[in-house]
Design a protein around this ligand. Structure first.
Ligand SMILES: C[S@@+](CC[C@H](N)C(=O)[O-])C[C@H]1O[C@@H](n2cnc3c(N)ncnc32)[C@H](O)[C@@H]1O
Length: 113
């Protein structure tokens, strides 16, 4: 029996994004090395977005942002970025990078998408 304030149980058909996110993306040791090992070529992605019309009025939602390679590359070229990731560990790394960057137009959301 549920008490006041308890969340209702998730329906069985609803995807559990945390368990399907990839175990490595929840592993602090993996995340600490992520940017050394993986180059998402964010600069090329930003240039593509600019060619498609991205400008300072644009809002970008980076779903599955990870450590924020795209988030940090696109933020200086747009109005606002919302970085969404289900991995708290990834987002902790992103928060550190955002703080070091001085960028003020990035929102970070811990959620499945
Ligand atoms: C391979 S990493 C890529 C990160 C980043 N986009 C990049 O290119 O560097 C995939 C990311 O997606 C996140 N992720 C996986 N499934 C997700 C979901 N359903 N909702 C939100 N984030 C998710 C993982 O936690 C991980 O940070």
């Amino acid at each position: 029996m549920r008490g006041p304030g308890d969340q209702p149980a998730a329906p069985g058909w609803l995807l559990d994004e945390l368990t399907t996110a990839g175990r490595e993306n929840l592993d602090p040791a993996h995340v600490a090395r992520y940017d050394e090992k993986e180059d998402a070529d964010a600069a090329a992605e930003v240039e593509l977005l600019v060619r498609l019309g991205l400008d300072r009025r644009s809002r970008v939602v980076d779903l599955g942002s990870g450590t924020g390679q795209l988030t940090l590359a696109v933020a200086p070229r747009c109005g606002r970025v919302v970085a969404v990731d289900v991995s708290r560990v990834m987002l902790e790394r992103l928060r550190t990078k955002v703080a070091a960057s001085g960028l003020q137009n990035i929102d970070i959301v811990e959620a499945g998408s």
